[in-house]
Design a binder for this molecule. Structure first.
Ligand code: HEC
Length: 161
């Protein structure tokens, strides 16, 4: 009887946990969307700029410098301006994945999807901590940000055609 109760309770908890995770999934990305569809969606969700992916990266580099300099100077607006560039960056004038070989394109699409969220998270955290005057916290977030940039570079920079 005791075992049965435990079994019942654990299956109930499992059911609750499943419902909770199901609710966390964003409605815009149905489970059936392939990596390709999601990557198309991501690129389509951004304003289009007249620049290449490489030129976008140059801007990312400047945005990151702005965040770092803003932290050293304790200039909240400077950190925010840099973070906003990363948070609101436009899409390039070509499909970003065309910079790698066809065989690598699906994996690069997955990286674009993963890192887009990660960069936003760290850039946003850096600006939020700077706004509170928490400079060590802002610096920690900026470090996490650059670690993400570097992680993607070590995966992809040598695979550019
Ligand atoms: C999705 C993977 C990815 C992420 C994330 C990423 N990069 Fe890059 N980055 C690349 C690739 C690929 C190149 C090489 C582009 C080329 O040569 O066409 C590049 C190149 C660069 C360059 C050199 C541009 C040039 O003129 O050659 C800079 C600077 C740069 N990235 C900065 C950053 C910064 C700063 C971040 C983080 C805020 C970042 N990147 C995040 C993939 C990424």
């Amino acid at each position: 009887m005791k075992q049965l109760t435990i079994l019942l309770i654990s299956s109930l908890l499992l059911a609750i946990a499943n419902t909770a995770t199901a609710e966390e999934k964003p409605a815009t990305q149905p489970e059936t969307a392939s990596v390709g569809q999601q990557a198309d969606q991501l690129v389509g969700s951004k304003a289009k700029a007249d620049m290449t992916y490489q030129q976008l990266m140059e801007i990312m580099g400047d945005a990151y410098s702005m965040i770092q300099t803003g932290i050293v100077r304790q200039n909240q607006q400077m950190v925010k301006s840099g973070a906003d560039i990363i948070l609101n960056h436009p899409a390039p004038n070509h499909q970003p994945w065309t910079i790698v070989e066809v065989k690598d394109q699906d994996a690069f699409k997955q990286s674009l999807l993963d890192f887009d969220k990660i960069l936003d998270e760290h850039a946003g955290a850096s600006a939020a901590e700077a706004a509170k005057g928490n400079w060590p916290g802002a610096n920690k977030a900026a470090f996490d940000l650059s670690s993400s940039c570097i992680a993607c570079h070590s995966m992809w920079k040598d695979k550019v055609k």
